[in-house]
Design a protein around this ligand. Structure first.
Ligand SMILES: [Fe+2]
Length: 396
């Protein structure tokens, strides 16, 4: 017999408790071609499509999957679709980071009660197989967060197992999907995603994630830690209550030359947005080797980087009682992979160049061996490399 004081778990649960990153939506000029790019270069499966043939008259959507990553590429089919204006302003880029919750309407109501601004009121898309409820709030710049809850054949568990995304999507077959199955790239899930906001606005958005989304500050880098002579930024990392997703927020800081954050903003209509998505792999070297073979364009590191890195990283690991980097040091250098360590362990990471002609959005490939940080020790080396790229583009 239960006692009267027992509260129902449904009633006591926090509506903003996140279950998963449901999907990340890009607005792109040509989803059919962009899908091929992400499938070919990063090994994503083009799993499902909604377009004119499924009765979608306003937009075409391509769902790309790999591990527990779901990218949704959306292209407008007419000039009144909101994506048409955004593509004009920003080029291709991330519009939405959607988060799976128990009850999307309850999460939305809580976020609004916490001071959030609505981007789209709750609506349910359903058929006889199940339903998907979505509701969105406005985040920094062009970005929105959408809460998603799912039932029936569209359940979260089903989706993770390759089930259907939403009513009116159809499964897609392609020889490229078969090829990717035979040549896996090893991307498992979204480790973190980084937003760029305007100078002086970082703390405002830190507060917003705390108040509206119930996030907590995870790490803090000050200006001196991560600036070079020419580029400077400030960054604070926000994490969801259960550490499911981490969202560092950058703002430009003063430097002798132009900050990479300011370069992003200038090519993004001075509007904040997502700078990069980091995907987790268990085997950095195998993943980077496969992505390089497929033609992914990664940032080049200065040769001098590898003269210093092993001493820096392995000394730190030994001082903290950890094993040294187990990956073959020569292969790490040959593949141009970056390594960093903190008191908890080490990580391997590498950054692509921007994935569109505007120098805006890029992808990071990260493998964690204990370290929960973001590669602070690589920032200086990275910025020197970024500045070289900025100089080549005439933007420094
Ligand atoms: Fe990152």
């Amino acid at each position: 017999m239960t006692t009267a004081s027992t509260t129902s778990p449904a009633l006591s649960a926090d509506p903003l408790q996140l279950i998963d990153v449901d999907h990340v939506r890009f607005y792109v000029g040509n989803a059919k071609q962009a899908a091929y790019f992400y499938a070919h270069t990063f090994g994503f499966r083009i799993d499902q499509i909604a377009d004119l043939t499924t009765g979608s008259r306003d937009e075409a959507d391509y769902l790309l999957t790999q591990g527990n990553i779901r990218l949704l590429l959306t292209t407008p089919l007419n000039d009144t679709h909101p994506a048409a204006e955004e593509i004009k302003l920003y080029g291709d880029g991330i519009k939405e980071v959607a988060l799976t919750v128990e009850d999307a309407e309850a999460a939305y109501n809580q976020a609004i009660a916490n001071g959030g601004v609505s981007a789209q009121k709750p609506r349910t898309i359903e058929d006889d197989k199940g339903s998907v409820t979505v509701a969105s709030i406005q985040a920094y710049g062009r970005m929105i967060h959408t809460f998603v809850s799912r039932t029936g054949e569209y359940s979260h568990e089903g989706l993770r197992d390759g089930g259907m995304f939403m009513p009116n999507f159809k499964k897609h077959n392609s020889p490229l999907n078969d090829y990717n199955e035979q040549h896996p790239c090893g991307l498992m899930f979204t480790d973190h995603l980084v937003g760029n906001v305007e100078e002086g606005k970082m703390n405002e958005w830190v507060k917003w994630y705390e108040q509206v989304m119930g996030f907590k500050m995870f790490k803090h880098f000050d200006d001196a830690d991560i600036s070079t002579e020419y580029s400077a930024l400030m960054s604070k990392v926000m994490a969801s209550g259960n550490n499911l997703i981490k969202m560092p927020i950058n703002e430009p800081a003063d430097g002798v030359k132009k900050s990479q954050i300011l370069e992003y903003l200038e090519w993004h209509n001075m509007t904040p947005g997502v700078q990069h998505l980091a995907f987790r792999t268990d085997d950095e070297l195998a993943t980077v080797a496969e992505l390089r073979r497929r033609g992914v364009d990664f940032l080049d590191m200065p040769d001098t980087y590898y003269e210093k890195v092993w001493d820096r990283v392995n000394t730190m690991l030994k001082e903290n009682g950890h094993e040294v980097v187990k990956e073959d040091h020569t292969r790490v250098k040959d593949l141009g992979v970056l390594v960093d360590a903190d008191d908890e362990g080490y990580l391997l990471q590498l950054f692509t160049k921007p994935l569109q002609d505007r120098p805006t959005f890029f992808i990071e490939i990260i493998c964690r061996r204990g370290s929960q940080s973001f590669g602070k020790g690589n920032f200086k080396a990275l910025f020197e490399s970024l500045e070289l790229e900025q100089e080549r583009r005439g933007n420094l």
